[in-house]
Design a protein around this ligand. Structure first.
Ligand code: FAD
Length: 324
C-alpha cells in the first residue's frame, strides 16, 4: 500500500504546467488515505503552494536554490534525490515532459528502481499499482506493475482528469538542497518558438502538413487556433519543406500529443505521424484526397481544399462563440 507519494511539479515560462495537477490526481488514485507531497524547484516555487494544495497536495516542498532556476540534469537530480530521501517517498510520479523524460531515468538508475514511462492511466487493484501505457506507436496498450521496488512512473500530459478540491490546506516545507560540482550551468534560455499555447498540453491542436504549401499557408491554421484557444502543430513533411520550425513536429520523432480536438489539415496520415496524435480524443481530417490514410483514424473527415474549408470553419466558430 502506498502511504507517502511524491509528485514532481513543473513550471514553464513562469506558469505551473497543467500536468503538475494531473499527476496529483493520479497520486490520489494510489494513496487511499496516505500523504501526497509535491515538490517544485526554482526561486519562484513558493508561488504555487496554494494551487498545488487545492489540487490534492497535502505538503509542498519548495526547493529554491538558484541553480534550479533553469533545468540541468545534474542539479535537478542531486536536489530530487535529496528530497526523495527526506520525505521517505514510497512512490514517485513525474510528468512525461522533456524534463521528466530526462530526469526520471537518471533517478531510477541512481536508486536502482524500475521506471514505467509515458503512463496514460493508473489505478490501484487489490493493493497493487497498475500502470497503462501505449506501445507500438500507440497501436496497442500494455498494463504494467512493479514486481519489486517502489512504484515510479512518468505520466503523459492531458490524460488524467484534474481534481479541484476547492480549498488548499497544503503545508509548505522549504528545502535547501546541497548542490555541488556542477559541470553545466544554464545562463539563459532562448526559445525557438513563442507559441501562446504549449503544444504538449494544448486541448486543441490544428496541424498542417505538406498540403499547406508555404510558410504563409499556416496563416488560416493559426487563425482557427486563435479562435479555439489552441496551438498549431505540423507534420514532418511540413517541417522538412521548411514551412515551419521542427519544434512544431508531431509524430514518432516529434512530440506526442493527446488533445481533446486534433484537426489535421493537408496531412496524409503516415504511420509516423499517427504515432504522435492517434490517441487524441476527437480527430478531424481535412484533405483533398478522399483516399488519404488520415481518414482511417479520423472521427470526422472533410474532403476538400484546406484553404477553403479552414476559413469557413473559423468564421462559423467565431459566430457560434459570439452567441455563447
Ligand atoms: P504528404 O504525405 O505529402 O501529404 C500531404 C497531404 O496533403 C496529401 O494527403 C494531400 O492530399 C494533401 N493536400 C495537398 N494539398 C491540399 C489542400 N490544398 N487541401 C487539403 N489537402 C491537401 N512524419 C511526421 O509527421 N512526424 C514524425 O514524427 C515523423 N517521423 C518519421 C520518422 C521516420 C524514421 C521516417 C522514415 C519518417 C517520419 N515521418 C514523420 C515522415 C512520414 O513518413 C511522412 O513522410 C510525413 O508525415 C508526410 O507529411 P505530410 O502528410 O505533411 O505530407
Amino acid at each position: 500500500m502506498v502511504r507517502n507519494i511524491l509528485t514532481v511539479a513543473e513550471t514553464r515560462d513562469g506558469s505551473l504546467r497543467n500536468v503538475s495537477l494531473e499527476i496529483l490526481a493520479a497520486a490520489e488514485r494510489l494513496t487511499d488515505g496516505g500523504e501526497i507531497t509535491a515538490v517544485l524547484f526554482g526561486s519562484e516555487s513558493a508561488k504555487y503552494v496554494e494551487v498545488l494544495g487545492q489540487y490534492g497536495a497535502h505538503r509542498v516542498v519548495t526547493v529554491n536554490n538558484r541553480e534550479l532556476d533553469n533545468y540541468t540534469t545534474e542539479a535537478y537530480s542531486q536536489a530530487l534525490l535529496q528530497v526523495i530521501d527526506s520525505v521517505k517517498a514510497d512512490a514517485i510520479l513525474m510528468p512525461h515532459t522533456a524534463l521528466g523524460k530526462d530526469l526520471a531515468p537518471r533517478i531510477a538508475a541512481r536508486l536502482g528502481l524500475g521506471l514505467v514511462s509515458d503512463v496514460t492511466d493508473i489505478k490501484l487493484v487489490d493493493g497493487e499499482v497498475l500502470f497503462t501505457r501505449p506501445i507500438y506507436s500507440g497501436k496497442a496498450f500494455e498494463q504494467k506493475r512493479m514486481v519489486e521496488g517502489i512504484p515510479f512512473a512518468t505520466i503523459r500530459p492531458n490524460n488524467i482528469p484534474i481534481r479541484d478540491t476547492g480549498v488548499s490546506t497544503a503545508v509548505k516545507i522549504e528545502f535547501s538542497a546541497d548542490i555541488k560540482e556542477l559541470r553545466t550551468i544554464i545562463r539563459e534560455v532562448v526559445r525557438k518558438t513563442s507559441g501562446k499555447v504549449d503544444l504538449t498540453e494544448a486541448k486543441v491542436i490544428i496541424s498542417g502538413g505538406r498540403g499547406v504549401k508555404t510558410a504563409e499557408g499556416f496563416a488560416p491554421l493559426q487563425e482557427l487556433a486563435d479562435v479555439l484557444g489552441g496551438a498549431v502543430g505540423a507534420s514532418r513533411g511540413a517541417c522538412d519543406a521548411g514551412y515551419c520550425d521542427y519544434s512544431l513536429q508531431i509524430g514518432q520523432t516529434g512530440k506526442v500529443v493527446t488533445p481533446d480536438l486534433y484537426i489535421a489539415a493537408g496531412i496524409s496520415g503516415a504511420i509516423q505521424h499517427l504515432a504522435g496524435m492517434s490517441n487524441s480524443k476527437v480527430i478531424v481530417a481535412i484533405n483533398k484526397d478522399p483516399e488519404a490514410p488520415i481518414f482511417q483514424v479520423a472521427d470526422y473527415g472533410i474532403v476538400g481544399d484546406l484553404f477553403e474549408v479552414l476559413p469557413m470553419l473559423t468564421e462559423e466558430l467565431k459566430q457560434m462563440l459570439c452567441k455563447v
